[in-house]
Write a new protein. Structure first.
Length: 338
């Protein structure tokens, strides 16, 4: 009888696991399909927006005094004289095969995919560096503020968070350069070192630009974490854990912090777009040769293929991060997949 019960319990547990796994896979597939649809619609919106913007790449290459015949020849050579629908479908077909076209003005006739592969590592390094700093700062400030609620420590941490939210990344970049670069001389104010050359030098040189991107996000993360931790601390299961005499550290890690991770990670996933937005400006200020700088060059010089490729790459990164964040949150809280 006992063996029968054990076997039945094992079968029930296996069935529950398979059902939960099936729901998670279906939810992930649905998210991926939605992300691909958003990416397709986003590419069309970006394409039409870029085409509607004033300026002509032919004038950037040939000069303002170029003859109408030379401009027409340039348009015909690069397919800019075709209807917008044909241009978009041709570009989309190339993207599906990994071909983003050739640069018009930034690096004439060079494949845009080669430019992206050369610039993307610097942007990814700066983005991950900024995200690490933002998470580390927010965990410290948010946890201190929640654990010392209503005290001086809470007031100080909350004030820092409010100050961080109010600082634009471009303004903070110049403040960091003035104080820590030109004033104290602690960090370089311009340039980039690849992690492949020296990880220590890359972390040192990239600290100021990463901090400029991370500070506003850390403020948002810390305020979110503080609010969620304070709310979780009042839940009945936390009160019951204290009544059982469990240690405060154990209660915080296993009951409070773990249950606060889902909304905290959700906010982190949603804020990734601000990292990429900050990268575009901060890379230019600090001279980081990344996709953000390439995007600015493409915008100024009306290089449609470069600008389109950079925008789509940023959009794809945001969608991918949001999908991964949703999947992680589903693992932490399986009820989200139902």
């Amino acid at each position: 009888m006992s063996d029968t019960k054990v076997h039945l319990a094992a079968r029930i547990a296996t069935a529950d696991f398979r059902q939960s796994l099936s729901r998670s896979l279906k939810a992930t597939a649905s998210r991926l399909a939605s992300a691909l649809l958003v990416l397709l619609v986003g590419s069309l919106v970006v394409f039409l927006t870029i085409k509607a913007a004033p300026g002509d790449p032919a004038l950037s290459v040939l000069g303002e005094q170029a003859s109408p015949e030379a401009i027409a020849a340039f348009h015909k050579e690069h397919g800019l004289d075709r209807p917008l629908a044909m241009q978009y479908l041709s570009w989309l077909g190339g993207v599906l095969t990994g071909d983003f076209g050739a640069s018009l003005t930034v690096a004439a006739r060079q494949p845009v995919s080669a430019l992206l592969f050369a610039k993307l590592p610097a942007t990814l390094f700066l983005g991950f560096y900024a995200l690490f700093l933002a998470v580390a700062i927010s965990l410290l400030l948010g946890t201190l503020a929640a654990s010392q609620r209503g005290k001086l420590t809470d007031t100080v941490c909350t004030s820092i968070s409010v100050f961080g939210i109010s600082m634009p990344d471009f303004w903070l970049s110049y403040v960091l350069i003035y104080f820590f670069g030109l004033g104290l001389g602690w960090f370089p104010t311009y340039g980039y070192v690849s992690p492949g050359e020296s990880l220590v030098d890359a972390l040192y040189v990239g600290f100021l630009p990463a901090l400029a991107i991370a500070a506003p996000m850390a403020a948002v993360f810390s305020r979110t974490l503080r609010a969620v931790l304070i709310e979780t601390m009042t839940r009945p299961y936390v009160t019951a854990a204290r009544a059982f005499g469990l240690k405060s550290g154990f209660i915080f890690l296993h009951y409070t912090f773990r249950n606060a991770l889902v909304p905290y990670l959700t906010v982190i996933g949603l804020q990734i777009r601000y990292i990429l937005g900050g990268v575009v400006v901060v890379e230019r200020i600090f001279g980081v040769p990344g996709v953000g700088s390439l995007m600015v060059d493409g915008s100024f010089q009306r290089d449609y293929p470069v600008l389109l490729a950079c925008t789509i790459v940023f959009l794809a990164i945001v969608l991918l991060v949001n999908t991964v964040t949703d999947s992680i949150c589903t693992l932490l809280d399986p009820r989200r997949s139902r």
